[in-house]
Design a protein around this ligand. Structure first.
Ligand code: EPZ
Length: 421
């Protein structure tokens, strides 16, 4: 298994370019199944997750061509198979996003349940509730853990989401785009990735209004055509490098970042004394001006503080004077990085969905595990400021979701070695 050896690296300095958003490209690739013409996607991040979804789309009958690392064409003249097999779905739970497009285009989908992961049970009942409201019949086989969804012609409906689920909003939007009549999604997720998906669907000829607000209206159309689309920059990668500048007390210019997508992160880092300026060249983040202090964060659906930045931000909070409280409201088990940070000398206490960080403990290099994608990034950040060497295993989590992760950090002055054991 590959590992990272991270050395104490001093303040990071320089420029970094942000890649296309993982959480935008995955639903958009799934949505390309809705078109019977070729779609061209630009600014696609070179990630394992993109490769896994490409494999699934090809299995379903799509012709997926990698023009270069960041440009793909996807052409699905006809869907040959409506079943997303277990061995593909288990490798990436976002594979469940093919359910809506399959249902809309072929009237049927058989998808293995994505199952949980380290951060939580990750149920899909809101997705299924949406499909049912559109007229689909659901057969859930819990023994073999797959779900079959079928419907001759989906009919528009008003759907209220008990929780503004990102994936459920995306799956319902995609299914509703070819339904008969109008669908309204109430209490919809408002993430920028939802807006990017809606823009892509509308380029294909869909009629989606209100994406980015809590109410999305979709007027069904007969068919969707091909289009060309550039994926938005990754706001979670942007936030990761913003926190990297803070934890290392460095100065990083983050190119092609979308400042409006990271307002909550900017607000919280500013409370800690980090200086963040929007410049013509990008977002300039300076953790080397003021003494940095503690703050409290609670993760919320967008535009609240993003759960995906909770663990990197917690690594930073272990290095500032004062105590901080972190409340994780989105996932029920997203503190797996706490024992790893404590092993490095941090002092963090977890009480249910709250964690109390007693700050300014000197971190020591240790052997730690990347327990999920973002926790892995948090361990790298902690390793950059810990005395000595931090050995991080299970780094496949990190590499599935961040493009050229250590190369970008090395360019900023980080000393990180990747070893294959
Ligand atoms: C998306 O996951 C992202 N993944 C996640 O990013 C992100 O953390 C999450 O949204 C929240 O922002 C992708 O976009 C591929 P949800 P998703 O449905 O769609 C509960 C990363 O690191 N829920 O908004 O699965 C669920 O259990 C990943 O890039 C239900 O209860 O998130 C969770 O507690 C991690 N029933 C909460 O909602 C449902 O039917 C948020 O889930 C669906 C979700």
């Amino acid at each position: 298994m590959a590992k990272y050896l991270v050395q104490k690296s001093g303040p990071l300095k320089g420029e970094v370019g942000i890649s296309g958003a993982k959480n935008a490209v995955l639903p958009i690739m799934a949505a390309s199944l809705l078109a019977n013409e070729k779609c061209t996607l630009r600014d696609v991040p070179a990630l394992r997750d993109v490769n896994v979804l490409s494999e699934l789309l090809q299995y379903l009958g799509a012709d997926v061509e990698k023009i270069d690392d960041n440009i793909y064409t996807i052409y699905t003249e006809d869907i040959k198979c409506v079943e997303a097999p277990f061995d593909l779905v288990k490798r990436m739970r976002a594979s469940f996003l093919v359910a809506g497009p399959l249902l809309a285009r072929k009237g049927r989908a058989k998808v293995y349940m994505p199952g949980g992961c380290t951060i939580g049970a990750r149920p899909i009942e809101l997705h299924l509730k949406g499909f049912q409201a559109l007229g689909a019949e659901i057969n859930q086989n819990d023994v073999e853990s797959y779900v079959e969804i079928s419907c001759n012609r989906l009919k528009g409906a008003v759907i209220y989401l008990d929780f503004p689920s990102v994936g459920a909003t995306e799956n319902i939007m995609m299914a509703a785009s070819l339904a008969e009549g109008t669908t309204v999604i109430e209490n919809a997720a408002e993430e920028p990735e939802i807006v990017d998906l809606a823009n892509f669907l509308n380029k294909m000829g869909a009629k989606v209004k209100g994406a980015g607000t809590e109410t999305i209206k979709i007027e069904g159309v007969e068919s969707l055509s091909g289009c060309s689309h550039g994926i938005i920059p990754d706001r979670i990668e942007t936030g990761t490098f913003m926190v990297a500048a803070a934890i290392t007390r460095g100065e990083i210019l983050i190119r092609n970042a979308v400042a409006s997508h990271v307002k909550a992160i900017t607000a919280k880092l500013s409370e800690c004394g980090v200086i963040i300026e929007e410049t013509d060249e990008g977002l300039l983040v300076r953790g080397n001006v003021n003494p940095l202090i503690s703050t409290n964060i609670k993760t919320m659906p967008y535009p609240g503080f993003p759960t995906d930045i909770q663990s990197p931000f917690m690594a930073f909070l272990t290095t500032v004077e004062g105590s901080s409280v972190v409340i994780e409201n989105i996932f029920e088990n997203r503190f797996m990085h706490v024992p790893e940070l404590n092993r490095m000398g941090a002092s963090i206490k977890v009480e249910g969905r709250s964690a109390i960080i007693y700050g300014a403990r000197p971190l020591q290099g240790s052997k730690v595990i990347a327990t999920d994608l973002r926790a892995g990034a948090a361990m790298v950040l902690a390793g950059l400021v810990a005395e000595g060497t931090t050995e991080i295993s299970e780094i496949y989590h990190i590499e599935r979701g961040y493009e050229n992760f250590i190369e970008k950090f090395r360019k900023l002055g980080a000393t990180i070695l990747r070893i294959d054991e």
